[in-house]
Design a protein around this ligand. Structure first.
Ligand SMILES: Cc1ncc(COP(=O)(O)O)c(C=O)c1O
Length: 394
């Protein structure tokens, strides 16, 4: 077997050791395919962690980025620019939000949302979140994250964060008191294993927050930008938050985050309270505008609904034929298949056979393909998955 390539060797030698990478270096992408440095082609059912919503090498997106990069690349937030204005207007028009704060990532959006909520409800500081949630790696978002193993060795966590069981509305009601500023939840839990809330849970959360005078934050970093079949998942659930965080697919592959908020929730963000040097970067905003243009021009949401139903049906079929699949769950093109055994060996076998999948929460195979994927590509992936499942039976 050949030794490590120079890309892998230099990365392993020179970067910090916090990623458990697969030994593959990608050099090119086109549509739903990625090519590695040895010329091997892979079918991408993961989109680089729910980011590449238009697939790879999308011509309109690449052209918009190139055009903006050669026109105006950066100004800082001390000044105005057109891509930022247009994107804010577009997000306000498309959602419940009156105001947008731009940043660069999901965790940064959640930090901003937490600060915004604490300002919106003066004299209150507690943030309630759920066990098994994931909100990011910076300290505020990490404190909100309901996975103690991710916090290990980084303490003490910032104070005021309370975690309750997922899906249990009574537990949330018990946890909320006169010091609670906000409740933050993912409409569908992503990293925690694609867990869909019980019917009525999100609307009960809405009522509970209203009754308690607390802000409701939806972390739509993973569910947002079409992943579940609507631009944001809250639309599909029919429950509107006060604050919503978005990132990942918003830039189609360029880093951008956004906090969407009602006028009331955003009122505390007065000059000097918060900021981000690169927030609303013109190139990232141009990318997000190109993503939204492509959604309209290429009927991407319709594709998510149709092809998502196809993927779910094919996974259900597989589940019916095997006793090591516990459950298939999710919405649109955000699906998880829980196994009776670890998911990682299945994902490794699929990767060796040229299909990119993801293992999360130990036993869950996660599917987050580009939103432009076709039913034929899904069928190809299912064929490889079925064999990977069979080949890895212990
Ligand atoms: C729901 C959710 N929130 C926040 C984050 C953090 O986003 P980022 O990695 O861009 O900081 C993630 C990342 O996986 C996520 O899935």
């Amino acid at each position: 077997m050949a030794g490590k390539s120079s890309i892998i060797e230099a990365t392993d030698r020179c970067t910090t050791g916090n990623y458990a990478r697969f030994p593959v270096a990608f050099v090119r992408g086109e549509g739903t395919r990625l090519l590695d440095e040895n010329g091997k082609s892979y079918l991408d059912l993961f989109s680089g962690l729910a980011v590449s919503c238009l697939g790879h090498g999308h011509k309109g997106l690449a052209a918009a980025i190139a055009e903006q990069a050669s026109t105006l690349m950066h100004t800082s937030n001390l000044y105005y620019h057109e891509p930022g204005a247009r994107l804010a207007q577009r997000l306000v028009d498309a959602t419940f939000a009156d105001r947008v704060f731009f940043c660069n990532s999901g965790t940064e959006a959640n930090e901003a949302a937490i600060k915004m909520a604490r300002r919106a409800v003066p004299d209150r500081y507690k943030i309630v979140s759920v066990e098994g949630s994931f909100h990011g790696r910076t300290l505020g978002a990490l404190a909100a994250t309901g996975q103690p193993d991710l916090q290990e060795g980084f303490g003490p966590m910032p104070g005021g964060f309370v975690h309750v069981a997922f899906g249990d509305i009574a537990a949330i009601r018990d946890a909320i008191d006169s010091e609670t500023a906000a409740v933050i939840v993912e409409p569908i839990i992503g990293e925690g294993g694609i867990r869909v809330p019980p019917d009525g849970y999100l609307s009960a959360l809405r009522t509970t927050c209203d009754d308690a005078g607390a802000v409701l934050i939806f972390d739509e970093v993973q569910t947002g930008i079409g992943r579940t079949g609507t631009l944001y998942a809250y639309e599909g659930f029919g429950v509107t938050p006060d604050i919503l965080t978005s990132a990942k697919a918003l830039g189609g592959g360029l880093p951008i985050g956004a906090v969407l908020a009602t006028e009331k929730a955003a009122a505390g963000f007065v000059p000097g309270t918060h900021g981000s040097t690169f927030g609303a970067n013109p190139v990232a905003c141009a990318a997000a505008l190109a993503v939204l243009d492509a959604f309209d021009a290429e009927a991407v949401l319709e594709n998510v609904v149709q092809v998502g139903a196809h993927l779910e049906a094919r996974l259900d079929e597989l589940a019916a034929s095997r006793d090591d699949i516990v459950e298939v769950r999710g919405r649109g093109l955000m699906l998880g298949m829980e196994l009776t055994r670890p998911a990682r060996p299945v994902v490794e076998a699929a990767l060796a056979a040229g299909v990119i999948l993801n293992a999360t929460a130990g036993t869950v195979v996660r599917f987050l393909p580009p939103l432009t994927i076709t039913a034929a590509e899904i069928d190809e992936g299912i064929g490889v998955l079925a064999k990977a499942l069979e080949d890895t039976v212990e």
